[in-house]
Design a protein around this ligand. Structure first.
Ligand code: MRU
Length: 348
């Protein structure tokens, strides 16, 4: 068995600060940034220094813990108010990935349950955020083990965006399945869609797969249909930012067209996501799709590639309806078709 665990941690609590890989510097430079305020963590999430649904969930949780840990409040009520203010600020960073809200809510609830002592509240929030980081890696490992049997030796698997170690605390969701398949002795090749406009595929997925010695091929997003129609893709695995109770999978922009093309060519389409990505309270029409800066579309490396004044749309995510999904891989098993019905029975 070959050890292929991406050994870096994306985000961690270290000496009273939140430390994270600066994903804006990849693939050229692997550097860390350290934050000692929740405002700094919020800014890092907004600017995508850290990104990926599970990773921003844990980072936001650590941001709340940072607010508690650094607070000079002497009474419970005042401390809880400060925690709420940080939570509110962190909630406003990015709207689509539900893990962000899940991470914040979990630490806030821990603070409220911790009793009257401010020291206990501080310790409990920090411990909870650290625990969430550990749990993330464990749940990705479980998810990988459930998903690995879906891949056959020799498969070529396409992926969109980055749902790897860099999008989580470690190991990854979609890439976790690919890692687990390799750990089970299978040879799996990966096709990496570049994922315009922020290029998470070429900058991040390609970075971690090359670093871990995977056979991978980078393609432009416009090559997806041709690769499928010429028989060069066996399966598709993607991550998710939110899966609603009606079975819609929200993920990086471009995922929907990959799913449509996969169905057209009879290729299985597997989203992979932990429990924290499921939003059983909402249906797909209630979700806000983040619209990011127009500059991401009209500039490449700071250089303008479109005429001034051109109107631009830059939705960061799209939604794939359940009828295009073959099966969802989670950390508690597989959710097979009909997705909407089975989702309710498996985790409802
Ligand atoms: O805008 P990003 O880079 O945060 O978007 C990330 C994705 O869409 C990922 O595919 C998703 O969060 C799943 S990560 C395990």
């Amino acid at each position: 068995m070959r050890e292929n665990f991406f050994s870096l941690r994306t985000v961690m609590w270290e000496e009273g600060c939140v430390k994270m890989i600066d994903q804006t510097a990849l693939p050229q430079r692997l550097v860390y940034k350290t934050f000692d305020s929740w405002e700094g963590v919020a800014d890092a999430i907004r600017r995508m220094v850290i990104r990926g649904a599970p990773a921003i969930g844990v980072a936001a949780a650590m941001g709340v813990a940072l607010a508690a840990d650094r607070s000079r409040s002497e009474g419970r009520d005042q401390l809880l108010k400060e925690i709420d203010r940080a939570a509110e600020g962190l909630r406003r960073t990015r709207p689509t990935a539900v893990n962000l809200f899940w991470g914040i809510d979990r630490v806030v609830a821990t603070a409220r349950r911790a009793g009257p002592s401010v020291d206990k509240i501080r310790d409990a929030t920090v411990e909870e955020a650290k625990r969430m980081a550990e749990e993330d890696v464990e749940s990705n490992r479980r998810l990988g083990a459930f998903g690995a049997p879906l891949l056959d030796d020799g498969d070529v698997v396409m992926t969109q965006c980055n749902a790897g170690a860099l999008a989580t605390v470690g190991y990854g969701t979609a890439l976790g399945v690919i890692r687990a398949a390799r750990e089970a002795g299978k040879c799996v090749k990966v096709i990496v869609n570049e994922t315009r406009p922020a290029l998470q595929g070429s900058r991040l997925t390609a970075f971690e797969l090359v670093r871990d010695g995977f056979h991978c091929t980078l393609i432009s997003d416009t090559a997806v249909g041709f690769m499928m129609s010429s028989g060069r893709v066996d399966k598709v695995i993607v991550g998710a930012d939110r899966i609603t109770r009606d079975g819609y999978v929200f993920n990086k922009i471009g995922t929907y067209q990959v799913a449509v093309l996969a169905q057209r060519h009879g290729i299985p389409f597997y989203p992979a996501a932990p429990r924290s990505t499921f939003d059983l309270k909402r249906t797909h029409d209630q979700i806000v799709i983040e619209e990011r800066a127009y500059d991401e579309v009209v500039r490449v490396k700071g250089r303008r590639i479109a005429p001034k004044g051109i109107p631009v749309a830059n939705p960061a995510f799209d939604k794939t309806p359940p009828e295009l999904v073959t099966c969802i891989v989670t950390d508690f098993g597989l959710i097979r078709s009909p997705i909407e019905q089975n989702l309710q029975t498996v985790i409802g």
